[in-house]
Design a binder for this molecule. Sequence first.
Ligand code: T5A
Length: 208
Amino acid sequence: MAGKFITLEGGEGAGKSTNLAFIKDWLEAHDIPFVVTREPGGTKLSEKIRELLLDKSNSNMTTECELLLVFAARAQHIDEVIKPALAEGKWVVSDRFTDATYAYQGAARGLGFDRIKLIEDWVQQGFAPNQTFVFDLPVEVGMQRVRNRGAEIDRFEQEKVEFFEQVRQAYLTRASQVPERYCVLDAAQSLDQVQAHIQYQLDVLVNT
Ligand code: T5A
């Protein structure tokens, strides 16, 4: 039996990594074999591309270069990790996937959804997650959480509030277009409330 593919999406500091750990615990408790991964990244090669994408010193990277690097990393990730794991019946949980490309490169960088769709169709040929959690919260709250964390910021995190407003709206637009795939979570709630919502949704997913 094929596994299920779950992705976590949202703006900076929305709580994806924190709740990835929660989903991991839920899968272990249910004896479901799984792989946890992330984008950009997830394979040795794709992690090298991630470094290029996040490196602040690459300040002259063009938007087209950024887009193609994201999809180059994804092509490798799908082929090397995601599809083989699903074929073995494992669930795959990825911290970000193609919705991030629509939000960051399509909306915030201004390339437009049509161009992203063109490359998505070429690279993924219809392959998409079974369930996408969108962690939605006011941009300023997310940025404050990132600042509180105290780690060094990357090339994306140095963008302005308007950039992340576009990211947020793009996620909400996409979620409203295919509501059966997306679960929009109010990520400004307490962690307990957010995780109760995730757990409810996972309980539904495991029985479908
Ligand atoms: N990118 C990625 C693209 O441009 N295009 C693409 O196609 C893809 C795939 C790297 C960057 O790449 C870009 C987008 C990104 O800028 P990333 O590594 O996922 O992506 O980076 P971030 O989104 O920056 O990840 P963060 O780690 O910053 O955010 P998280 O994972 O959403 O947040 P998390 O879990 O670390 O939480 C942040 C803080 O908030 C607290 C946590 O404890 C933590 O301290 N927190 C809460 N506090 C109170 N209440 C809650 N409910 C909380 N939830 C979390």
